[in-house]
Design a protein around this ligand. Structure first.
Ligand code: FMN
Length: 146
């Protein structure tokens, strides 16, 4: 069975919603899914799964949100060679750099040897119907890469 780990960073709930949309889809596709909040998660958990997913919001200061910084730094010490990864998240076009943290996490996955399984999904605030369809497709693509 394919194992999936979804880690989310969320203050107002949008990325938590995204994570639960993905969990439901991965389960429908037959995966064994674990989901957790980024500050409650050991980055090394990604070493034990087939598919690694991050759902994160973006704040205008810092590379990634403060809440995600320890995890982001710990990830740089991992060896995720051969793992499939996907990044996604919620942002707001009102701010300058839309969903920057989604791309910053992707860079780290690339650096530590993981393989991008799907293009990042970037969502304006909370996930709407169209975004849920994009997230479903994202999960399907990741599953196909394993
Ligand atoms: C002070 C502040 C700064 C923000 N900066 C950015 C930003 O630089 N880029 C972006 O895409 N969104 C930015 N946002 C929007 C949040 O990422 C967005 O509201 C997101 O949906 C929050 O996710 P959450 O509900 O999971 O916490 C900012 C929001 C606030 C309140």
């Amino acid at each position: 069975m394919t194992n999936v780990k979804i880690v989310y960073a969320s203050v107002t709930g949008n990325d938590e919603d995204i994570a639960y949309v993905l969990e439901e889809k991965f389960e429908e596709l037959g995966a064994d899914v674990e989901i957790s909040e980024i500050q409650q998660t050991d980055a090394a958990d990604f070493e034990d799964v087939d598919i690694c997913v991050i759902a994160t919001f973006t704040y205008d200061e810092g590379i990634v949100p403060d809440e995600a910084l320890d995890f982001y730094e710990d990830m740089q010490e991992l060896d995720l060679t051969g793992k499939i990864y996907g990044t996604c998240g919620s942002g707001d076009h009102y701010y300058g750099d839309f969903c920057r943290a989604v791309d910053e996490f992707a860079k780290i996955f690339d650096q530590v040897g993981a393989i991008k399984g799907a293009e990042p999904v970037k969502i304006e605030l909370e996930p709407e119907e169209k975004d849920i369809a994009d997230l479903d497709e994202f999960a399907e693509e990741l599953m196909k890469k394993v």
